[in-house]
Unconditional design. Structure first.
Length: 176
């Protein structure tokens, strides 16, 4: 019988990030492995599932919201790549994780009826928006940019039919 989980994933990644600061490469390798596992389990698997594209994207949006604490937590990939050099110790792993995410988002767009080129462009844009919203939310101490990005994600990936009401995107609104 498996042991019950005693530490939630977000706390674990926070602790692993602290290990990186204190212990360097070995700790960072563990943190990156944990992030890759979470990404596969909570994002890639739902994106490539059998539910409707909108339902898959909604599940992923909820997972991202929870994992990043509504925009209060930084992206570990961003933290580990901030001083990135062409052949840094984590370059291949980080690049591979971003490529896997873009590929899964593009496949979701194709499943929704987009052409492959448009789906890939939309997927890249979505990843840029996710990363930018996380940086902006933390840098400004305001979770609203991340919340607005999550609300806009269906439009970014799936197209104009999935656009949420304009009130959800407006700064300072309850949904933001």
């Amino acid at each position: 019988m498996a042991r019950p989980q005693s530490v939630n994933d977000e706390d674990l990644l926070d602790r692993l990030a602290a290990v990186f600061r204190a212990r360097g490469f070995t700790g960072a390798s563990l943190a990156l492995a944990a992030a890759a596992d979470w990404l596969e389990r909570e994002v890639i698997t739902p994106l490539t599932g059998s539910a409707s594209p909108a339902a898959r994207l909604e599940a992923v949006g909820s997972a991202l919201d929870g994992f990043y604490d509504g925009g209060a937590q930084a992206c570990l990939l961003n933290m580990l790549s901030s001083a990135r050099v062409e052949n840094g110790p984590f370059s291949a792993d980080i690049g591979g994780m971003f490529a896997r995410l873009i590929e899964a988002l593009a496949r979701l767009g194709e499943d929704a009826g987009l052409g492959s080129e448009e789906a890939r462009c939309r997927a890249e844009r979505a990843v840029m928006l996710i990363q930018g919203a996380l940086v902006l939310a933390r840098g400004c101490g305001d979770r609203a940019p991340f919340r607005r990005m999550l609300a806009a994600l269906p439009e970014v990936i799936l197209g104009t039919d999935a656009l949420p009401p304009s009130e959800a995107l407006a700064p300072g609104r309850a949904g933001a």
